[in-house]
Structure formats: C-alpha cells, structure tokens
Design a binder for this molecule. Structure first.
Ligand SMILES: *Cc1c(COP(=O)(O)O)cnc(C)c1O
Length: 366
C-alpha cells in the first residue's frame, strides 16, 4: 500500500483513491490500445468515447436536459472571468456581480473590460473581510442586466450560498462554482451558464467544465475569437484545439465514482455530515477555536477558523497536524488562520481524524 495522508489542500485537492488506482491500472495500456490516455489522439474513437461519457455523466448527475452543452476548456476558472463577459457584453452590455471575496473580485475585474458592471451587493466589511453571503433582499439587481454573477462557494473566505438567489425576468443567473460544483444537486433552470475548474471538486488541474444552455448561447456574440467563443466551442465539442485529454479522462472517472457512491443526494448528505462534525467541534470551544463566518453562510467545502487569534499556536497546529498525517490546513495567505478543505473526495474518516486531533491539541495547548 502506498503511503497516503489526508489532504485538506484547497486546490489542487485530494482525489478519490479508487480513481487514482484505476488511472494507475490503465496508465500504460488503456483498454487494450497499448497506449496511455495521454498518447491517444484527441480525435480518435478511444478518446472520443471518454469525452462523450464524461459529458453524459455530468449531465446525468445534475439532471441537465438536452438544452445544456458541456464544454471542457483550458485556462481555469480565471479565464472564464473574461470569456463570459467577452461573449455576452459586447462592450456596452450590462452585467451585475455579487462581491463575496477574492475570486468574485477577479470575476469583476475581468468583466469591467467588456461592459457596464454593477455590484449588486458588496459583502466586504470594514476590516476587509467577507463573512457572509447576502440574502435575496440585499441584492440590487438591474432589470436590464444580461446576467447576475455569483460565486457559489468562496474558497478563501469559507462562505457558501446555501440558497441560490432569484433574478428578475430576462436576467440569467451565472456562477463561478469552482470550489463546490457537484457537492449537491441544484435547480439549473435559472442559470444561463456555470463553470468550475476541475482541481477542487471534479478532478485534476488543467481543465475547466463550462455548462452553457442553448438559450444563453443566443445572447452570445459571434464576434469573439474562436478559442474564447462559447458558440464555436459548442459547435466543435471543445475540440477546436488539442483538448486537455488526460484531465478530462480523470474527471470522467471522478463522475463515475460519484454516480457509484449514490449520486449527488448521497454526496450532499456525506458533505453536510462532514461539515457538521467539524463545525460542532469548533462551536464546542468558541473561545479557543474562532470561526468567523456567519452561521447561515458557513461553507460545507472550506471550513475556516483561527486558534485564539494566536499565530504561533496556529503554526504549531499545522506542523503537528502534518506529523499526524493531516496536511494542507493552513489558511489562505490573505486571511491567515486555518482552513480545512473537505470537498467530495474527503473521506468522512479524514474529518473524524481531524476532529480527534483538534481535541487532543486543545487539551495539550490550553
Ligand atoms: C480556485 C478558484 C478559482 C480559480 O481557479 P483557476 O483554475 O486557478 O483559474 C476561481 N474561483 C474560485 C471560487 C476558486 O476557488
């Protein structure tokens, strides 16, 4: 058995062990081709079957209809920050954005180059922190905006939209779901598009899943470069250029793993149980573990906290956790403290072990 730790990294994040084992088993000879998936032509039948199956599984897990197109694009979610407005805004179109953290800031900056951008809500507090996601009545959405952009899970701040907002007629909802896509089912009906790079919850880095519906394509411009154009990428099935074939193959395996585990309802329960276990441990010692996020906005994917606002103690925690086989618990450099990323692939046993470690640490370092 290989030596494996519980990896709480925010991304690239832990992958399911059965997926890694399958990839390993198929590494040198993929299904009798005598080649690795990395060596298959992206236009040949063996690879195309992988491509097709990944799209089908993705749509099946989310219950998306025939009007949805699934793209596998390079460039990460960061590239979607400008792809989206470039396609839709044509220089003067309106789009509204909810500002809930560092990643939404990137999306807003990317959009400002292409249209008239309005902040529907700014969740930054006087200390520069993002501790909640807004409620519906806090959103100021322009009725003539083409879309409202939200970040469903704020990986750094540790906040998550538990209830998705509604938008006025003709204003599409669009979302950066980079760090929580497929953590549960959601109603895709209000959405025009959503996107997520794979390395948080879907697979390895190198590919971004972009879901765009036909009705949204109709408001996309014809006047953008091919690689950036949702219309062209849909018409070419993401194979305009050499697609990131190996990451797509691994994403397909993760989707299959999700389906075999019982699909997204089972995954949601597992994710909520893991998060509950960790938040309960934090709440049991509120003077010691400081969990800053407003309770109704707490993320089930990225749990952030501090230890008595004591950096020295936090460093000790991180080092001792690592020795105990619990790695990646350092908070993002912009907020400090601790963060446990407990995406789909994190086994409940990993969170149980973390909670036990925390209890022992708190006793030894009162
Ligand atoms: C990680 C992350 C991104 C950036 O993803 P890249 O693939 O590195 O471009 C964007 N948004 C959110 C919410 C993220 O967590």
């Amino acid at each position: 058995m290989a030596h494996r730790v519980y990896c709480f990294n925010p991304g690239p994040a832990q992958l399911p062990l059965p997926v890694l084992e399958e990839v390993q088993a198929e590494m040198l000879d993929y299904k009798g081709t005598g080649m690795s998936v990395m060596e298959l032509s992206h236009r040949g039948p063996d690879y195309l079957a992988i491509h097709e199956e990944a799209k089908t599984l993705f749509k099946e897990l989310l219950g998306l209809g025939d009007n949805w197109n699934i793209l596998f694009l390079p460039g990460g979610s960061s590239t979607q920050f400008f792809h989206l407005p470039y396609n839709v805004l044509n220089g003067n179109g309106k789009a509204d954005y909810v500002h809930t953290g560092k990643w939404s800031d990137g999306a807003i900056k990317g959009a400002k180059l292409f249209g008239d951008i309005h902040i529907a809500h700014n969740a930054k507090n006087a200390d520069g922190k993002f501790l909640y996601v807004p409620s519906q009545d806090q959103l100021d959405i322009r009725p003539d905006a083409k879309y409202l952009h939200i970040t469903t899970n704020n990986t750094i701040a540790g906040t998550q939209w538990m209830n998705l907002p509604t938008t006025p007629n003709n204003v599409w909802l669009v979302a950066d779901m980079c760090s929580d896509l497929l953590w549960r089912k959601f109603d895709a009906e209000p959405f025009g598009m959503f996107y997520a790079s794979a390395q948080k919850n879907l697979g390895p880095s190198g590919v971004t899943v972009v879901a765009v519906r036909n009705e949204f394509l109709e408001i996309c411009s014809d006047d953008v470069p091919d690689m950036v154009s949702y219309k062209v990428q849909v018409s070419k099935d993401s194979l305009l250029n050499t697609a990131p074939t190996f990451p797509i193959y691994v994403v397909g395996k993760v989707l299959k793993w999700l389906k075999d585990l019982g699909g997204l309802d089972a995954m949601e329960k597992r994710n909520r149980d893991k998060a509950q276990l960790l938040y309960d441990a934090l709440d049991a010692k509120p003077d010691y573990w400081i969990a800053p996020v407003r309770k109704d906005s707490r993320s089930c994917m990225n749990v952030v906290w501090r230890i008595r606002n004591d950096e020295t103690l936090e460093k000790k925690f991180i080092a001792e956790a690592k020795t105990a086989g619990l790695v990646g618990l350092k908070g993002h450099r912009s907020v400090g403290g601790l963060r446990a990323s407990i995406y789909n692939a994190m086994e409940p046993a990993g969170v149980e072990k973390l909670v036990e470690f925390m209890s022992a640490f708190a006793k030894a370092n009162p």
